[in-house]
Design a protein around this ligand. Sequence first.
Ligand code: SF4
Length: 650
Amino acid sequence: MTKRAKDSEAKDISMADIFGDGGLLAKRHQTFEFRRGQLEMAEIVEEAFAKHQHALIEAGTGTGKTLAYLLPAIRSGRRVVISTATKSLQEQLYHKDIPFLQKHFAPDLKVALMKGRNNFLCRHKVHLMAGQPVLKGIDEVDWFAQIRDWEKLTETGDRAELNFLPDDADLWHRLDARSDTCTGQKCDEFQNCFITSMHQRAQDADVIIVNHHLFFADLAIRQDDFGAILPEYSAVIFDEAHEIEDVASDYFGRGVSSYKFDELSRDAEQTLKLLSIDAPTLRKAITRMRERSHSFFEFFGSREGRHPFEPAERATFVEQHREPYEDFTTALKRVEAEMAALPAKPEEIVGLARRTMEARRELTFLLESDEKNYVYWFERRGRGVFLAATPIDVSTILREKLFDQFDTAVLTSATLAVAGHFDYLKHRLGLDMVRERVLPQEFDFREQAILYIPERLPDVRDASFPARAAEEIVELLEITEGRAFCLFTSYVQMRDAFERVKSKVDFPLLLQGTAPRSVLLDRFKTTPNAVLFATASFWQGVDVPGAQLSCVIIDRLPFAVPSDPIVAARVRALKEDGRDAFAEYQVPEAVLALKQGFGRLIRSRSDRGVLAILDNRIRRMRYGRIFFESLPDYTTTGDLADVERFMQNS
Ligand code: SF4
């Protein structure tokens, strides 16, 4: 037995003794209900730990999967990393589930919560900034005074404790503990630093809670033997594991943005000011770098969205804009040279020179490299331009760096399986030998939800579809008295439907993009009969239990946009391999997305409501069968009168 588990709960106590009907959890957890799926999951996770295997478990909402993986992880006696998709799930594990387990099962359990460095305060910057005239406006002066007081009291330095500071406050960005601006062991505050303490807590911990971004940032660094963020561990559990391919693609890819150069200029200017370095030629070089960066990135145009930037297109671009491109790289080299020429070089300046060189090399790679296996693209998002190279396929990387290195990886989520099996996910992630299980659903979906697929609507590609779909939305909203999410596959379709519907209903309508996501969600939860129009970012990770969300309407089957450079490159790669990209990639992706979207509706045993998909290809096309085989067994109808009856009986 490990020292963490209570003496009385030695290893001979089985998962059934804990999760079973009348078991230990029933005695210690006020709202515990026996769930067969939860017990089964706990047994699979326990076995995966014992046999040093990987496991894939689809566990629908209501399974109680958090305890089902935490308890076996704790009892394994190994250091386990738990990786979640969002910070809010991290917080929930750390502040709710872990204290419960510590109280009732493992009083000595040591747990560390790790987040990205930009969530923490840099003490060194606070001390430097105090007394310097670098604060802008009365708000910053006030916030800074509060942060200085807080710095003396806080144990973690985590900005989540600062509820007065707006999410987008620029001041935080100038005070955070980003590695870019950290001088590490050379810093006077190193021993006292919040990042050092976070790493120490992780070194001592049995369980480390991270999010996927931090996990893959660490995994990508480990490959270079350059150091690591996480301490050694032998097992990892991914919750919301359906997101890991995307996150891994980001961290094993390469990228640079116009913001990166803005940030570099700003950090450099602030450092000169804070360290009182009088270097007029360096200042001039920094100004020139900023100007050259702005003019260079202007050439990417103003068209929003992601655009392909493959070798031929990049070569043409470089040819057409050779002069501004060379001016820009020369300006970057000039900054590096001016920094190198300073008579005294504090660590901050050494760090800035290194960052400038790395950003220049990244820029050159993204414009000139012809390394295969990457898809090259750029994106215009507001005022920013992002250049990136994303791996077309992360399966080989993940197999080598993750699944072959760590002997236990448990992947769980409510949406992992397509038509009852995991072939798609295993192929995408490079996961071969694995224990797999789709757990039975905890909810009675036939009773709790009705799936409406209107028969009378034309094909989504028909010119009359948008108007007819809007009429259908209006009728559905009348039946459910608002209380609905209308989810779209594109912004254009979302706005179009919103415009068509808004004058025809009296319910409070909310539109994505008019306020931050969290604000819109709060408004939705607290406004009676509200209706939210939104796109992909609301398809997952949103939890609105109860009657406030009684209807989810989806306009089209959520096939990824084929012109998206990453999607296009992945489709092309499969075709070149002689595979059927539509069946093997596009359909399974859409199936998982639809399961996610519909999954917003039924969050507890008492929830009831309407799901509507206005795209009747799901009935007409052969591939529609795969969607039906993947979705829960809803009562299904094409007749609006059935929906009305269902709601009247709710
Ligand atoms: S070690 Fe780095 S992050 Fe920590 S206080 Fe010093 S400079 Fe800031």
